[in-house]
Design a protein around this ligand. Structure first.
Ligand code: FAD
Length: 390
């Protein structure tokens, strides 16, 4: 008798940890929660022990605000709680929802290849399917009685430092098109494809300045404003209509990198970010973070990161290599700094890429040392990028 009453309570009243699934479309966890709940309370637990840089927290709160409005329009709401997520919920705040379902892979996760190329080839060889994205719920179960969800506060209201995103940003997230949230993410996908910008993706993806050299999906993907399978199925529809090309293939290829790091993290776990206690008093680390090392190309990147919370893949690689190989500082310090600053912070991709450059992860070549001079000659021959962030 007692067990039945408990079961009914669990059935009726559910708390849904939004975590990094901040969208209504293609959100299987949300659909499942709606199916089995009498009342549903969507919550986001903002862990006060995490060090958020000003741009990362601003983008996150914007995304939660957008989701709150969507939920309100469907009879629900979103409650922000300033507390660490419960042990049961932590995975929703750290794991990256993948493009491929682990259950569809041709191998079990413990047999995940060590090297990216082998992983990608297996996907292609077995034509692993991508599950079709599912619709958003039309309505949501009501909130439990008596629950009132205040509007999502601003960073200042929560006591965080506020620095406006610099207008030169390659992802100017205070402008309408680049706002956090599901609507902007879906509109960006639509526009990215209808404008055929994707066709030039492979040729332009190593660009450094402007909003259109790469796809710019990462901040929305990082918070789950859009799912990788929504992007990929739209990409494949585009290929059906207009034909596949280098651009469409390479965009998929990069999304597969994201899955590779996500599956590695699922398989091996992630190391918690360094606290930066020792790093904070290290003069060379401070010079790196503030863009004052004296290496102009690297300094431009670090200023861009500080002023905008975003950085191109090329400059992330160069800045990381400089910290590891030239300054000879622990990669974990750089990883923690990126985690704090990036609006697209993704634990698995960040740790995976830092390890890769440090030669500790999925790299058959044992690390990446970038010649800063050579990189500048190749990617910024007229020093435009350096001048842009001076
Ligand atoms: P595009 O070039 O348009 O690629 C499309 C998508 O593919 C990206 O949005 C991303 O989801 C995925 N992707 C592309 N390159 C990579 C890659 N190397 N690893 C994993 N996924 C990739 N990406 C993050 O999303 N979050 C991070 O915290 C992060 N930290 C990084 C740290 C370092 C040191 C380096 C070198 C790279 C890091 N990346 C990270 C990967 C990559 O730099 C960004 O995903 C990319 O620059 C985002 O821009 P975009 O969306 O325009 O990418």
């Amino acid at each position: 008798m007692h067990a039945d009453v408990t079961k009914e309570f669990v059935y009726m009243h559910k708390v849904f940890a939004v975590g990094r699934d901040q969208r209504l479309h293609d959100n299987p966890r949300l659909i499942e929660a709606c199916r089995t709940a009498g009342t549903l309370l969507p919550v986001y637990d903002l862990d006060p022990s995490i060090s958020y840089g000003p741009h990362r927290i601003a983008f996150l709160l914007d995304s939660l605000r957008a989701m709150q409005l969507q939920l309100r329009s469907r009879g629900s709401d979103l409650l922000l709680r300033v507390q660490a997520p419960s042990i049961n919920d932590t995975r929703w705040y750290s794991a990256s929802p993948t493009l491929y379902d682990a259950a569809d892979l041709s191998f079990n996760l413990p047999a995940l290849p060590e090297v990216f190329t082998s992983f990608r080839r297996l996907l292609e060889k077995h034509a692993v399917p991508v599950q079709i994205p599912i619709d958003a719920p039309a309505v949501l179960p009501p909130l439990p009685d008596g629950i009132v969800c205040p509007a999502i506060p601003s960073p200042a209201q929560l006591g965080y430092d506020v620095i406006a995103c610099d207008a030169r940003s390659a992802f100017p997230f205070t402008e309408q098109h680049w706002r956090a949230g599901e609507e902007s993410a879906r509109e960006h996908l639509r526009e990215y494809l209808t404008s055929h910008t994707v066709d030039s993706y492979k040729a332009t993806r190593n660009g450094l300045i402007g909003t259109s050299f790469s796809s710019k999906f990462s901040p929305w993907l990082a918070l789950g404003n859009i799912s990788a399978r929504t992007i990929t199925t739209a990409l494949w529809d585009y290929e059906e209509e207009h034909g596949a090309n280098d651009g469409t293939y390479w965009l998929w290829f990069e999304l597969v990198w994201r899955d590779f790091f996500a599956f590695r993290a699922q398989q091996r776990g992630l190391t918690p970010c360094d606290t930066l206690e020792r790093a904070k008093v290290h003069p060379q680390f401070l010079a790196w973070t503030s863009g004052t090392t004296g290496a102009a190309f690297v300094d431009a990147a670090m200023k861009e990161l500080l002023l905008t919370g975003w950085l191109s893949n090329r400059m992330r690689q160069i800045a990381a290599s400089y910290l590891i190989n030239e300054l000879q500082l622990p990669w974990e310090w750089g990883e923690a700094w990126f985690a704090m600053q990036l609006i697209d912070y993704d634990p698995a991709s960040n740790e995976g890429n830092w390890r890769y450059i440090a030669g500790e992860g999925a790299d058959p070549r044992g690390g990446r040392r970038f010649s800063i001079d050579h990189q500048q000659k190749t990617y910024d021959p007229n020093s435009e990028y350096i001048a842009y962030w001076r």
